[in-house]
Every structure is written in structure tokens, then in C-alpha cells.
Design a protein around this ligand. Structure first.
Ligand SMILES: NC(=O)c1ccc[n+]([C@@H]2O[C@H](COP(=O)([O-])OP(=O)(O)OC[C@H]3O[C@@H](n4cnc5c(N)ncnc54)[C@H](O)[C@@H]3O)[C@@H](O)[C@H]2O)c1
Length: 268
């Protein structure tokens, strides 16, 4: 159902790889709520060709950009403003990648080259995106920037490896940059901490299926789906949430505030 929450708004959506991606669902929801936007992903992700389908459905142009490349990001913002006819009102950062996780390296035996790469892609890219947008004056006053994160930034989750540290940095960047952009232009920056969700990135975590069913048993509302996350994200882009900034917002069916559940106790 559309309430036209994003009517008249322009944006950029990073990270739609295939139809399971959270960013894919956000694009569909943003479109149905009246937004216009460009889609972007790493040049290597274009090879799979799935994003073209999304571009057609959403009538959105696709601009490849490696989120760790400043020239790519400058090109992305410049072209997006040309295509959309002005500055943007919202940005979704839905990017994560860790070679340590992919290779199943335990946290106690990390490879530091992989760690640095993961930190650059998963966390510093958020700073790069915001810094580039600020330099090009590419965001309207009262704009909204959201990045997706996970509760391993606050609690120990064996198996999440170096992504826990990357997410902690990501959340910190939202707070730190949120201060400056709030003061300068009333632009708000938040992270949404999502339940485990079956996507390409999610499935890379060791024991992901068990992890997901554990979270569902702990959370009073169960796990939030990618579609639920899309609706919440779109609300954060809308004018309904104008005074929310520098927050890490848990979107997890109550997982983060539950100590133990009866469903889990029944299994012990
Ligand atoms: N799936 C989960 O369980 C879960 C839970 C909480 C948070 N998140 C977060 O949600 C976000 C989206 O992940 P997803 O689960 O939709 O998986 P996904 O694999 O569909 O999305 C990850 C995206 O990151 C992109 N990416 C990787 N390297 C890049 C680079 N150098 N430049 C630009 N883009 C790059 C990939 O191409 C892909 O589109 C991530 O930040 C992830 O950590 C996921």
C-alpha cells in the first residue's frame, strides 16, 4: 500500500545485488512510495546482471561505483544529480563484505589484509559516501542517510568475525558525521540494526541458518524480514522522522532487549 511518503524525493540506493538483497526491497518500497532514485553497486556486481532487472522495474538508472573509490563516488553523485534533476533527499548504504568471513577464518586468527579491505568496504565507504556528497553539496536540507548494521557491533557473536568491528565503526561514523551534517544542513544520519536475513551477505556467515532460527526464538515478534526492513528504512527517509538522527535503531522484533525467551529455555 502506498501513502506516497516519498513523493517528490530523490535518492541513491547502494547495494542491490539480487532480489534477496535488502537494498532491492528498499528500492521497490521507495518506488511504490513515490520516490525517484538511481541504483548503484560495485562494477563487479554488474556482471551478474540482476540489478538491470531492478532498474527496469523501478525506472531507475544504474551507475556503477566501487564504494571505496573516491572518483567513482564523485561520478555517482554528479551523474545522479544530472539524471534526477537536482540534489538528493535520501541515501541508503547497504554494503558489507569480509574476506575473513567468506574464508571462515576465526576471529582469533584474522588475516589483516582482509580485515583492512573489509573495514574499507563495510565501514569507511560510509564516510567516503557522506564526505563526497558533502563536498559536492549533493544533499538537500533535511535529507536522510541510512546505513544497515547488525547487533554484533554491541554483543559478541562468534562467527561474525571482523564484521563486528566493521559494524561498530560504521555506527560510530553515523554518529560522528551526523553531528556535522545536522548542524550544517539539518541532514540526519542513522543506522538500522536488522535481524538476520537470508541474503548473499547473510548466508556467508558460518552457521547462518541456526543463527537465524535462534534469533527468531529469542525475539518476541520473530525476525524482521527484508520487506519489513524496507518499510522501516523508507519511513526513515520520509518527513515523518525528521528529528531522528545519530541513532542506531534496532529493527529486530525485540531481540536486542530480550535476555532469554521461553522458547529457548524449552530447548535447554
Ligand atoms: N543479511 C543479514 O542478515 C543482515 C543483517 C543485518 C545487517 N545486514 C547488512 O545489510 C547490508 C546489505 O546486505 P544484504 O544482507 O542485503 O546482502 P547483499 O549481499 O545482497 O548486499 C551486500 C552488497 O554490498 C555490495 N558491495 C560489496 N562490495 C562493494 C563495494 N566495494 N562497493 C559497492 N558495493 C559493494 C554487494 O555487491 C552487495 O550488493 C549489509 O551492510 C549487511 O551487513 C545484513
Amino acid at each position: 500500500m502506498s501513502n506516497n511518503l516519498l513523493a517528490g524525493k530523490r535518492g541513491i540506493i547502494f547495494g542491490a545485488l539480487d532480489e534477496n538483497s535488502i537494498a532491492w526491497k528498499v528500492a521497490l518500497e521507495a518506488k511504490s512510495q513515490g520516490a525517484v532514485f538511481t541504483l548503484t553497486n560495485a562494477p563487479v556486481a554488474m556482471r551478474f546482471g540482476e540489478i538491470k532487472k531492478l532498474g527496469e522495474i523501478c525506472n531507475a538508472e544504474i551507475i556503477p561505483a566501487d564504494a571505496t573509490s573516491m572518483p567513482d563516488l564523485e561520478n555517482l553523485f554528479t551523474k545522479s544529480m544530472e539524471i534526477l534533476g537536482g540534489k538528493v533527499d535520501f541515501i541508503l548504504h547497504s554494503i558489507g563484505m569480509s574476506i575473513n568471513v567468506r574464508k571462515g577464518l576465526p576471529y582469533t586468527e584474522l588475516n589483516y589484509d582482509y580485515f583492512l579491505k573489509a573495514m574499507d568496504i563495510s565501514a569507511l565507504s560510509f564516510h567516503r559516501v557522506i564526505q563526497t556528497a558533502r563536498k559536492l553539496d549533493a544533499i538537500n536540507d533535511w535529507g536522510s542517510i541510512v546505513a544497515l548494521t547488525y547487533i554484533a557491533a554491541q554483543r559478541a557473536f562468534p562467527g561474525y568475525s571482523d564484521m563486528a568491528d566493521n559494524k561498530a565503526a560504521l555506527e560510530s561514523i553515523a554518529r560522528s558525521f551526523g553531528y556535522y551534517l545536522g548542524k550544517e544542513k539539518k541532514i540526519r544520519i542513522n543506522t538500522i540494526s536488522q535481524s538476520p536475513t537470508a541474503t548473499t551477505a547473510g548466508a556467508g556467515i558460518k552457521g547462518f541458518d541456526k543463527f537465524t532460527s535462534y534469533a527468531a526464538k529469542v525475539s518476541p515478534l520473530g525476525n524482521a524480514t527484508a520487506e519489513d526492513c524496507a518499510r522501516y528504512t523508507v519511513m526513515m527517509f520520509s518527513d515523518m522522522t525528521k528529528m531522528v538522527t545519530m541513532q542506531n535503531l534496532f529493527h529486530d522484533g525485540g531481540f536486542s532487549n530480550t535476555g532469554v525467551s521461553e522458547d529457548i529455555l524449552d530447548l535447554v
